[in-house]
Structures are given as structure tokens and as C-alpha cells.
Write a protein that binds this ligand. Structure first.
Ligand SMILES: *Cc1c(COP(=O)(O)O)cnc(C)c1O
Length: 384
């Protein structure tokens, strides 16, 4: 297998009003007041705003599961893996095409990673391939809603139910997505969200694990804080033995303050992002040599975090866009290319092989407008 090579021409474009950059953080103006308010209290680490944010986020996505705010989506994924009690020798089926944060925490557990192929046309995990990877050692199935498009949840859940293992969703890109009328974050055993700098909502860095089983909530909160039961500790008693290994995975009130401000504008954020994606889809429909990934599903709502296209002669299009001051890029790479996952390479991932040289991410963020998407489409339609 060829070595991982970063093929970008040069460094990313500067943000100068003329260049259209690929990503930009979304910071609502009220975030500044929320943070200032927090800085004037005694709680800047994990305090009351973290709990307020947990509840507000759960309500905003329309879930009744149990939210646990953490320091990142990577923390949330690791927390889910800890709650599944994964042990060396266990096997976990994961998507080969995702942010490395989905799969790196599995390496902490020494489990055997089984990379499942991507699905043509969506780049999401292919449930048909997942089924062929099941063994009697399979202990969990992981999926990622790439770009914000929900995976085929019914077939994935059916496989998980059949073999009696949890389904874990990496929903870092899928705030506001839904599948067959059910919000992402309300469906499976565990769903992890990210509030990293360029996600729909940012808390600087942060994450949320939605947990279905109420019996796992207090354990998850202990693991989040060294293994200590903070509520009992605040009771002032020394009944606080530590019986399990914990981590320092909490969210801070400063982050939660940003998150609370961002939630107030989540509807507008989603509306703008969706209309930019819809414009790309409309304008590029029917063009030869280019296709927007995951554009035409009627049974699920796309959270419009990324606009990814499958394109012929990708390098040429990237260069053409760059010559017109428009940034584009691959953003994520198939995980089996990284040395750290080299023990887990599968013999054949034909769909991923077919798409590997073809996917390209176009600008989509709240500092741009639908007219900016038109500008990108004009350049694409002029040929590359
Ligand atoms: C951003 C992202 C992550 C990582 O989130 P952090 O909050 O930075 O840990 C994980 N998975 C996916 C799919 C992502 O896009």
C-alpha cells in the first residue's frame, strides 16, 4: 500500500475577504457576553453552565437520552468505548473513511480494528460490508455520519441487534441531522458530538456523549472526573473512594458559555449551511465529471457540515479553484493509510479504492453566503 502523502500544493489560503476559505469558526456575537459573565463568577472550570448546556443541547437536538459534556468528541468516543468495556482481543467494526478521532481511542484499548468499506455515493460506512466483518469476537459497531449525512441506521442497528453489541455513532459532523424522522443523538446506544473550532457549534474544544442507558450515566460522569463522584464530594463527606480509572474529560464553564450562545443561533446556522449545500447540489446537478456526495436522500436530513464532491481529475479542479482564490481540500483520509493503523489493513476495500482519488471538499461555513457558493459553481462550470 502506498505511503500517506499530503498532495496539497501549498499552505491554506489567508482569510482576507477576497479568498474563500474552506472552514471558518462560527462565533455568535452573544458568545462574548456569555463568556464575560462566566469569567465574573467562581466557576470557570466544570460548573453550572456545563449542566445548563447539557440540557439545552439535548433539547435543541430533540433527544430524550442522557447528555454528558466532555472536552472533545475524541473524549466522547473514548468514554463510549470505556462504557462498552472493550478489552484486548475484542474486535470493533469501524468506518475506514473518517476523522482519525473516531478510531484512535480504540488503540488505547488494544482492540482489533476491522475497517469497513465506504459506500459509493455517500462515503458513509457500507452496512453490507459490515455484515461480512462480523465474527464471534465483534464487540461494537461504529459509524460516522460523513459530512452530516446520516448513515443507513436501520441496517446497521439490525446487525448490532442480531449479534447483541452496541452501535456507536460519531456524530461530530451531524448536529441537526435526522434519519427517518428521528434526530441523530436519539437513536442508538451512544452518540458522540464535537464542538471543536470549526464544527456547527464550537466551545473552543468540546464534545457531548448522548447515552441511551440511564444506568451508565453516573459511571460516565465519574470517568469524566478522575473516577471521583463529584456530587458526593460536594456533600462534604469523605465517602469518595476511587474504584475505577478515570480521566480528565470534562467540559469547562467557559466552553459551555460559548455553547449556550451558539445554541441560540443553531436554527439560523443550520438554515444557512443547508441553503449553501442546496445551492451546490442544484448548480452541479447533471454536470459531467462531478457529483455532490449524499445529495439525494428523502428519508434523512443532512446537517450540511461539508459539501463533498466526487470529481474526475481532482488535482486539476483543486488548482483551478485555488487560482480563483477558492480553497478546497480532502480534509479526511482513509484511516488505513496511517502507520498507526497498519496492523489492521483489510485485503480489499474496493469502494474506498475507487473514490480515494476523487473526493474533494468545497467551502461551506457561516462566514460565506449562497452567492459565494454560486461563485464556486461558476468556476467549476467554466471547466477544469
Ligand atoms: C471533528 C471530528 C472529530 C473530533 O472531534 P474533537 O472534538 O476535535 O475531538 C471526530 N470525528 C469526526 C467525524 C470529526 O469530524
Amino acid at each position: 500500500m502506498p505511503k500517506f502523502v499530503d498532495t496539497r500544493d501549498d499552505s491554506i489560503l489567508p482569510v482576507d475577504g477576497k479568498n474563500l476559505v474552506l472552514f471558518h469558526p462560527h462565533i455568535p456575537p452573544t458568545a462574548i457576553d456569555e463568556i464575560a459573565d462566566t469569567l465574573q463568577t467562581r466557576w470557570i472550570g466544570q460548573g453550572p453552565k456545563v449542566e445548563l448546556f447539557e440540557t439545552a443541547f439535548r433539547d435543541a437536538i430533540g433527544s430524550t437520552q442522557h447528555p454528558v459534556a466532555v472536552g472533545s468528541c475524541t473524549d466522547a468516543m473514548h468514554l463510549a468505548y470505556l462504557l462498552c468495556d472493550l478489552k484486548p482481543g475484542d474486535e470493533v467494526i469501524v468506518p475506514v473513511f473518517t476523522c482519525t478521532a473516531t478510531n484512535i481511542p480504540l488503540l488505547y484499548h488494544g482492540v482489533k480494528i476491522r475497517f469497513a468499506d465506504a459506500q459509493p455515493g455517500t462515503l458513509n460506512i457500507d452496512p453490507d460490508h459490515v455484515r461480512t466483518l462480523v465474527t464471534d469476537r465483534t464487540k461494537a459497531i461504529v459509524c460516522v455520519h460523513y459530512g452530516g449525512l446520516p448513515c443507513d441506521m436501520d441496517p446497521l442497528q439490525a446487525i448490532a441487534d442480531e449479534i447483541g453489541v452496541p452501535l456507536i455513532e460519531d456524530a461530530a459532523q451531524a448536529v441537526g441531522a435526522s434519519y427517518k424522522g428521528r434526530p441523530i443523538g436519539a437513536i442508538s446506544d451512544f452518540t458522540a458530538f464535537s464542538f471543536q473550532a470549526i464544527k456547527h457549534i464550537t466551545t473552543g474544544d468540546g464534545g457531548m456523549l448522548m447515552i441511551r442507558d440511564p444506568d451508565l450515566v453516573s459511571k460516565s460522569k465519574r470517568i469524566r472526573w478522575f473516577g471521583i463522584d463529584r456530587e458526593a464530594k460536594q456533600g462534604g463527606t469523605w465517602e469518595n473512594d476511587i474504584r475505577e480509572i478515570g480521566y480528565k474529560y470534562q467540559m469547562t464553564d467557559i466552553g459551555a458559555a460559548m455553547g449556550l450562545a451558539a445554541l441560540k443561533t443553531l436554527d439560523e446556522t443550520l438554515t444557512l449551511r443547508k441553503s449553501i449545500l442546496a445551492r451546490y447540489v442544484d448548480r452541479l446537478a447533471g454536470m459531467d465529471g462531478i457529483e455532490v456526495v449524499g445529495a439525494h436522500f428523502k428519508d434523512r436530513v443532512h446537517a450540511a457540515w461539508l459539501c463533498t464532491v466526487l470529481v474526475d481529475r481532482r488535482k486539476d479542479l483543486e488548482r483551478k479553484l485555488r487560482s480563483k482564490s477558492i480553497e478546497s481540500g480532502q480534509v479526511h483520509f482513509r484511516n488505513d493509510r496511517y502507520s498507526v493503523f497498519s496492523d489492521f489493513r483489510e485485503a480489499k476495500l474496493p469502494n474506498m479504492d475507487a473514490m480515494e482519488e476523487r473526493y474533494l471538499v468545497l467551502p461551506l461555513h457561516t462566514q460565506m453566503s449562497v452567492a459565494d457558493a454560486d461563485r464556486v459553481c461558476d468556476v467549476i462550470q467554466s471547466g477544469w
